[in-house]
Write a protein that binds this ligand. Structure first.
Ligand SMILES: *[C@@H]1O[C@H](CO)[C@@H](O)[C@H](O)[C@H]1NC(C)=O
Ligand SMILES: *[C@@H]1O[C@H](CO)[C@@H](O)[C@H](O)[C@H]1NC(C)=O
Ligand SMILES: *[C@@H]1O[C@H](CO)[C@@H](O)[C@H](O)[C@H]1NC(C)=O
Ligand SMILES: *[C@@H]1O[C@H](CO)[C@@H](O)[C@H](O)[C@H]1NC(C)=O
Length: 474
């Protein structure tokens, strides 16, 4: 009891301080005070043993069901657990009360009488055995999945004595996912975690507790705004909570549709990248209007300057040409700048044109204003990933997209290989020897020296798309 009072006492002081911070923040910059207070409140509650967190809402049933197809729904009714891997990523759903042991990431379903369905794939006589194992990462490639912490569904044996006790009761469902293996790579972060998380959790309207296995604190800090937009509760790190937590249902894994894309015909139906971009706009407090409404201001061009691979070797000349066309050019070199999403998203939002060589930095197109143009410089041999990872997604997000394909003379590989060498003349044959051989050659060992004259016409086209014309002087 004493512990409780201390928490409550602490809370009063915290609230006094919060009132001050609240005033300060609302005066100084954009901030969502309601969300902030809610989060503080929930983190206090989190440590009050046996206090029920959240309010269970009956209509969450339909949110669970939106993640499944009709035949999965029958399985859900029969055995209480259904998994769907329609678009490649496995997601398991249970609407029953579950006990999650955060030490072992075992999820216990209640004991059930033998289901009448003869097609069931397991017998309840096997209580205590794993009925489903899932590694909750949406990129289902075996070498990646190996590194993801497995989550296991089991049925609680009826003879269990004493029964597993709930250390914490939550009146909301749990969503278990992994922060994965690509820490810091914004393409993978959005592609495999953030967009899938949005898809999977959006319909629960924040009444959901995220449990992040392979918990990466840098990742959590980086995307904190998104997590607090999608959930009223702080992201739970199972490694620092050795408890049995009880939830009204759980979802393990995230829905994935396609690279940086949402397909409104796939379950959960009716979502789109246009809405996702609007969600980001609200979450990061980005201006709604288009970047350059005012023709009196020069159009702003954001140039992503890669530092290690696929570098622009004549970047100064590029910038000079772009400025000559009337652009105000912002060159971003530091990955540290780009990973501060609060600030960087606002910068991206003010740009009319985003230019970069094929690479993760182009993921920032998610923050662009709807009227903006994406220009991707496609190095030798990388036409396919360029189109699939960034080009097609840009169009589906409603952006305008231009592609500039590097010719052999613009690739640094010409310094080491003859024009007739298959490395230059037939990159497909290099990739055919193995993905990693191709990757090393074209993604890791290639830099770009752009033909400024040829690239200029792409920039003129970008100007035209944003409704500007070339200055007469050039
Ligand atoms: C929860 O509270 C207990 C006692 O009040 C304390 O020992 C423990 O460290 C707290 N745990 C967390 C995660 O804050
Ligand atoms: C049943 O489970 C086994 C082993 O886990 C698996 O190989 C099989 O594909 C499952 N069958 C169905 C119909 O889900
Ligand atoms: C979207 O999903 C539907 C239904 O699965 C499919 O037919 C269609 O090809 C998908 N569209 C894209 C662009 O992938
Ligand atoms: C922004 O630009 C898009 C595309 O050009 C246009 O459809 C939309 O109406 C514009 N929005 C505003 C607020 O001007």
């Amino acid at each position: 009891m004493e512990g409780h009072r201390r928490v409550v006492c602490g809370a009063t002081q915290v609230i006094g301080l919060l009132a001050f911070i609240f005033l300060f923040y609302t005066q100084s910059f954009s901030f969502d005070p309601i969300n902030f207070l809610l989060r503080k409140e929930s983190s206090l509650k989190w440590n009050e043993t046996m206090v029920e967190v959240g309010v269970f809402e009956e209509n969450q049933q339909s949110s669970f069901k939106s993640l499944l197809r009709d035949d999965d729904l029958r399985t859900l009714e029969t055995i209480g657990l259904a998994c769907n891997s329609a678009t490649g990523s496995l997601v398991c759903v249970t609407t029953e009360p579950v006990k999650i042991d955060t030490t072992t990431m075992e999820i216990y379903l209640p004991t059930r009488p033998d289901p009448p369905n003869p097609n069931r794939n397991f017998s309840v006589n096997e209580d205590g055995k794993i009925i489903q194992l899932i590694r909750p990462y949406s990129w289902h490639q075996s070498d990646i999945l190996k590194a993801i912490t497995p989550v296991k569904f089991l049925r609680e044996p009826p003879q269990q004595t004493p029964p597993r006790r709930c250390d914490f009761h939550h009146k909301v469902p749990a969503l278990v996912f992994s922060s994965g293996v690509f820490a810091g790579n914004i393409f993978h972060e959005f592609n495999e975690i953030i967009i899938p998380l949005y898809l999977t959790s959006r319909s629960f309207r924040s009444r959901i507790q995220f449990i992040l296995v392979d918990f990466n604190p840098i990742f959590v800090a980086k995307f904190n705004r998104i997590f607090s937009s999608l959930s009223d509760f702080e992201v739970l790190n199972p490694n620092s909570n050795t408890n049995v937590c009880c939830f009204h249902g759980s979802i393990v894994g995230l829905k994935f549709h396609s690279f940086l894309s949402i397909n409104s015909s796939e379950i959960p139906k009716g979502n789109s990248m246009i809405e996702f971009k609007e969600f980001l706009g609200k979450t990061y407090d980005l201006k709604i209007e288009n970047a350059s409404i005012s023709v009196s201001k020069p159009p702003v061009l954001l140039l992503i300057s890669r530092r290690k691979t696929r570098r622009f070797l004549n970047e100064d000349e590029m910038v000079e040409m772009m400025e000559g066309l009337g652009f105000e050019v912002v060159v971003v070199k530091s990955s540290k700048t780009m990973s501060d999403l609060d600030r960087f998203s606002k910068l991206v939002r003010t740009c009319d044109v985003l230019v970069g060589a094929h690479g993760a930095g182009l993921t920032n197109q998610v923050f662009l204003a709807p009227s903006a143009v994406v220009v991707q410089v496609v190095p030798l041999g990388l036409e396919w990933p360029s189109a699939v990872y960034y080009g097609e997604p840009a169009v589906r997000m409603g952006l305008r997209y231009l592609e500039y394909r590097v010719g052999p003379d613009e690739s640094s590989l010409m310094d080491s290989y003859a024009r007739a060498d298959p490395v230059i003349s037939d990159p497909g044959s290099v990739f055919a020897k193995g993905y990693f051989i191709g990757k090393e050659m074209y993604l890791d060992k290639q830099n770009i020296r752009l033909d400024i004259g040829r690239f200029k016409s792409t920039m003129v086209e970008a100007l035209r798309l944003i409704g500007r014309t070339t200055p007469l002087s050039t």
